[in-house]
Structures are given as structure tokens and as C-alpha cells.
Design a protein around this ligand. Structure first.
Ligand code: PEP
Ligand code: MG
Length: 580
């Protein structure tokens, strides 16, 4: 038995078997072939090359339609050229004839030799060629070895997925019936894969560094998403303890069930809005069954990660209409595409940025993909007649971006009018408060929009200068850092002054221990993963705003996020003993 500590990414306990989701590292086989097999081997190589070419052409086409920079197209063209190099292809055949070894090995060695030669150069141009060659080598070897990424959509039995990392696009598509837990080498509590795990109520522990090296498919595992612990090959005694924990958790869930139907009103009568965060329309049932007052954040970029719906205005319209109709007049906040950062579009993995979290993300990506952005806005406005829509823009860092986004909204409305499309003229438009510069200039921004929504996941990341998905510095991810508490308060105060609502939709909003702090800082609306709603409602119904303000007055005097954390945990454990 071995116990390993990681980061708790999604609550819940599961006892079961491991499915090791292999990473991308390739093991290239090496074996002798007969002379008569040379032609067959060579034809396999040609097929792999053709397949790689068409994959690159497909990426190029998609790239063009998204207005991605000339450089990327040039890079893809150069990859296609390298793959088509006749002399290299002939060289592979010649070596194969001489050595009588399988083609993937010959190719692997030949390209390896070229990479070694270029790598010894100090020149930047050569370094880029090395990375081009590596990409090409990986693509062709994948094709030769029929190595498709195993889909997590069609697993045969219930299991805990153990992987180095999961792309958010993999996670969104996984088979929810069979994936009972997620365990990753990398990641932090607010990485998007962790968020998806919470949305689907799949327990997860991340940031375990090299757990994939310690496990194989079929191993027994206990995953404790509440404590962030993984136990490999547990003994009988430990399994018994965990079975008891599962039973206790079921009891707590039972106790919390009545809160689904109750309103979130504090003991001193303040009504707090409780909304749900969702990534895909499949979560709509869960939104209702957990008692949300509406949807506070629909991360619309997952439509794009899931099925490239950005290509079709009509398909997007159908999705938005379904969500609005399902919510029957309750508010639905749809955030425009926030792609970038760790939310990589499949097939665009090649388009690397030196620093994606500070790069081409959110509203910035939308401005340079104006057609795509307008398509989404048109679909949203057309769908607006089917419910209570609110539109929100992500990653806003200054007033110019707000003006530019609102100008595009007006342009879209004019176009819809010109084509006699029906839509609601007055849709509340708001912005995410997740970049420190936006918060520090909040009084200017608040004048231009109808609501503000604080995204603590990114606000913590950008304020504390820590990558939210990096396990190595996860210990620095402090919810109660005084800087963050001040920024939340500034935003809440500015909203009140401007007479507009301020809600909070980062993961902190779904943490029942943080509820008292957020109430005291002046937050009057929360949006969270649906499963967190009952417990947060319970806390709200058992506290008073006066008490929350007193607690906040106390903690704002403290400069240490760690000490504040201990203070809040102690307070919570005393007041809500046994709830977590
Ligand atoms: C946030 O940053 O807090 C947020 C809600 O947005 P996302 O997690 O999608 O970046
Ligand atoms: Mg964000």
C-alpha cells in the first residue's frame, strides 16, 4: 500500500481500478525484416507521409478560416515541404534495404540524426527547424504506429483515469458513465480539467508529479478527492475506513438535499443569488436538480473545444436557444468565447505561444477573429427572444476593450435589423473582472456595462503571478491573500456606487468555507459548479451579513493569507462541524 498526497481538484471518494491513459511518449519498435518485406514496409511509410500531409493541410485550412497569422501558415507549409522531400524519402528506402530493419525504426534513426546535427547549432533559425523536425517525426511515427489518441469516450468499464495531463477537450468528451475518478501528474485546483471534473461530479486529485510511473492499468486505487489523496493497492483496513467515509458522505448529501429547494437568504434576511457555472448543455439537468436560480456562467468556448460549433451560427443559435428555453425565464449569462491559456483548440496545439496565459486569450482572440466573434454574437442575439439572456466578455483589461466589444455588439444589432431578424434589443452586457488592471480601474469600466462578475480563478493567477494549472507553485495559490480580498472588495464597492450588480463566478464562489468571507466583502450573487449549490445555501442560511462583515473587518487587518486561511477554516469547522 502506498499513500500519495496531491491537490484536491474535485470532491468525492472512489474505490476501484486504474486505467492508465498513456501519454504521448512513443516507444518505437525495432525488428528485423526480410528482403521481400521491403516494398510493403516502404508502402507503409508512403501512406504515413500522405496521411501526415493531409492532416497538415486540414490544419492549414482551419487556420486560414480563423485568421491566424501568416507565420503559422508559413510554418505549416514548411512542414508539408519537409515531408515531401523526395531525397529524404529515397534515403529511408536505401537505408532500409541495407539494414533490413522495420521502417519506423529507420525513419526514427534518420530523423534523429538530423535533429542531433541541427541541435548542436546555436542559431535560432536552426532551433526552430529542430522543433519543426520533432513535430514532423511525431506525426509520421504516430501514423506509422497507428497511434491515435485513445478516446476517453468509449471505455469498457468503470475506472479511475490516471494520466500525465488531460486536455480540457479530452475531459469534456470523456465517458461519464465509466470515468469514476481522475488522477493527474500535473495541474492545479482551478485548471480547466479540474473545473470540468467538478462540473461532472467526478472526484479528482491532481498535481501528483509522477504518479503515472507508479501505476498500471488494473491496479487497485482509492481516490480521495476531498483530501487530495491517492492510495495505491490499499490494504483491507484502509478500504474499510474509506467505505465508511463514503457512507458518511452519502449521509451528508442526504442532509443537504432539502437545501436544493430552499432560497439562499441569510439569517438577517439578505437574499443572495445562487447561479450555476456550466461548460456544456448536458449539464442543464444538474443545474435544476441542484436548485440554481439561473446560469451565472456558461463557458461557451467548450462548444468550440467539443465540436467546433463556432463554424456555424445556426448550430450555436440552437444551443443557446435550448439553454434559454430550458431555464424558463431565469437569467442565463453566456460568456463569449474565452479560448487560449490552457484551453487549446484541438488541432491548434501546434500554434504555440511563448506565454499563452498572458497571450492571445479571451476577448483578445475574439477581436482578431472578428468574423467568429460576430457569428457568436449574432447567434446570441437571435436566441435572446427565447429567454432571459445576459452576455459577458472575458479577459477585459481596459476600457478600450469594453468600448470595442460594445461597438461590435451594435454593429451586429444593425446587421440583424437590416435583415429583419428578430432579437431583444436590451440585453444586459457585462464583463469578467479577472485581470488586476480591470479591477484597479473598475470605476471607469463599471460606467459602461450592466454587471460585473469576478473571476477569482484568473484574478488570483494574474494578481499573485502564478500559473493556475502549475502544480509546482500550487502552494502559492492563496484564496485569502490580502491583495485578492482587497480587489474583491474594490469591485463590490464600485458596483454598488455605479448601481450595477456584482457577482462572483470563480471556483472560490463554490467553496463553502469562503462564503462567509465573500458575503462580508459585499458579494451578493455567486455562481458555482451545480454540485456545490446545496452546501453553500446551507452556509448562507445559517449566517448573518453583520457577522460576515465583522469577520472580514478582522481578517482585513491581517497581512498573511496563510493565517487568514487558518482563521477561516477554524471558524468554519466550529460553526459547521462535520459538513466537509
Ligand atoms: C475565472 O477566471 O475565475 C473564471 C470563472 O473563468 P475561467 O475559469 O473559465 O477562466
Ligand atoms: Mg477566467
Amino acid at each position: 500500500m502506498k499513500k500519495i498526497n496531491g491537490i484536491s481538484a474535485s470532491p468525492g471518494i472512489y474505490i476501484g481500478k486504474v486505467f492508465l491513459y498513456q501519454d504521448e511518449r512513443l516507444k518505437v519498435p525495432k525488428y528485423q525484416i526480410e528482403k521481400e518485406e521491403i516494398e510493403f514496409e516502404f508502402s507503409r511509410f508512403l501512406v504515413a507521409i500522405e496521411k501526415a500531409k493531409s492532416e497538415l493541410e486540414a490544419i492549414k485550412d482551419a487556420t486560414k478560416s480563423m485568421n491566424i497569422s501568416e507565420n503559422e501558415i508559413v510554418m505549416l507549409d514548411s512542414h508539408i515541404m519537409m515531408i515531401s522531400d523526395e531525397s529524404f524519402i529515397t534515403q529511408i528506402k536505401d537505408i532500409m534495404c541495407e539494414k533490413l530493419l522495420n521502417v519506423e525504426w529507420i525513419f526514427y534513426e534518420a530523423i534523429g540524426a538530423q535533429i542531433d546535427k541541427l541541435s548542436s547549432s546555436q542559431n535560432t533559425y536552426m532551433e526552430e527547424r529542430v522543433s519543426d523536425l520533432r513535430d514532423i517525426a511525431k506525426r509520421i511515427l504516430n501514423n506509422l504506429m497507428f497511434k491515435e489518441r485513445i478516446k476517453l469516450t468509449d471505455l469498457q468499464s468503470k475506472c479511475v483515469i490516471v494520466a500525465h495531463d488531460l486536455l480540457p477537450s479530452d475531459a469534456i468528451e470523456m465517458d461519464k458513465q465509466n470515468v469514476k475518478g481522475i488522477v493527474l501528474d500535473v495541474g492545479g485546483r482551478t485548471s480547466h480539467t479540474a473545473i470540468i471534473a467538478r462540473s461532472f461530479e467526478i472526484p479528482a486529485v491532481v498535481g501528483l508529479f509522477n504518479i503515472t510511473r507508479n501505476l498500471k492499468t488494473g491496479d487497485d486505487i482509492i481516490l480521495d478527492g476531498n483530501a487530495g489523496i491517492v492510495i495505491i493497492e490499499p490494504d483491507e483496513e484502509t478500504t474499510k475506513i474509506y467505505l465508511e467515509k463514503i457512507r458518511r458522505q452519502e449521509e451528508i448529501d442526504q442532509q443537504l438535499r432539502p437545501y436544493v429547494k430552499k432560497e439562499a437568504v441569510t439569517n438577517d434576511g439578505k437574499k443572495i443569488g445562487i447561479m450555476a457555472n456550466i461548460e456544456v448543455p448536458q449539464e442543464l439537468e444538474s443545474v435544476k436538480s441542484h436548485g440554481a436560480d439561473g446560469i451565472g456562467l456558461f463557458r461557451s468556448e467548450f462548444l468550440l473545444l467539443q465540436s467546433k460549433l463556432y463554424n456555424s451560427e445556426d448550430k450555436q443559435f440552437e444551443v443557446y436557444k435550448t439553454i434559454l428555453q430550458h431555464m424558463e425565464g431565469r437569467p442565463v449569462t453566456i460568456r463569449t468565447i474565452d479560448i487560449g491559456g490552457d484551453k487549446i483548440i484541438p488541432n491548434y496545439e501546434e500554434i504555440r505561444e511563448r506565454n499563452p496565459l498572458l497571450g492571445w486569450r479571451g476577448i483578445r482572440f475574439c477581436f482578431s477573429n472578428r468574423d467568429m466573434f460576430k457569428k457568436q454574437l449574432r447567434a446570441l442575439y437571435r436566441a435572446s427572444i427565447h429567454g432571459n439572456l445576459r452576455i459577458m466578455f472575458p479577459m477585459i483589461s481596459n476600457v478600450e476593450e469594453v468600448d470595442a466589444a460594445l461597438n461590435i455588439v451594435e454593429e451586429v444589432k444593425r446587421e440583424l435589423r437590416a435583415t429583419s431578424q428578430e432579437f431583444k434589443d436590451k440585453i444586459p452586457t457585462g464583463i469578467m473582472m479577472e485581470v488586476p488592471s480591470a479591477v484597479l480601474a473598475v470605476e471607469f469600466l463599471a460606467k459602461k456595462v450592466d454587471f460585473l462578475s469576478i473571476g477569482t480563478n484568473d484574478l488570483i493567477q494574474y494578481t499573485l503571478a502564478i500559473d493556475r494549472g502549475n502544480e509546482k507553485i500550487a502552494y502559492l495559490y492563496q484564496m485569502y491573500h490580502p491583495a485578492l480580498l482587497r480587489l474583491i472588495k474594490m469591485t463590490a464597492d464600485a458596483g454598488k456606487n455605479a448601481g450595477i450588480p456584482v457577482t462572483l463566478c470563480g471556483e472560490m464562489g463554490g467553496d463553502p468555507r469562503a462564503t462567509i468571507v465573500l458575503l462580508g466583502l459585499g458579494i451578493e450573487g455567486f455562481s458555482m459548479s451545480p454540485a456545490s449549490i446545496p452546501i453553500v445555501k446551507k452556509v448562507i442560511r445559517n449566517v448573518e451579513i453583520k457577522e460576515a462583515k465583522e469577520i472580514v473587518d478582522t481578517i482585513l487587518q491581517n497581512g498573511s493569507g496563510t493565517e487568514i486561511n487558518t482563521f477561516i477554516e477554524n471558524w468554519f469547522n466550529e460553526r459547521f462541524s462535520g459538513l466537509i
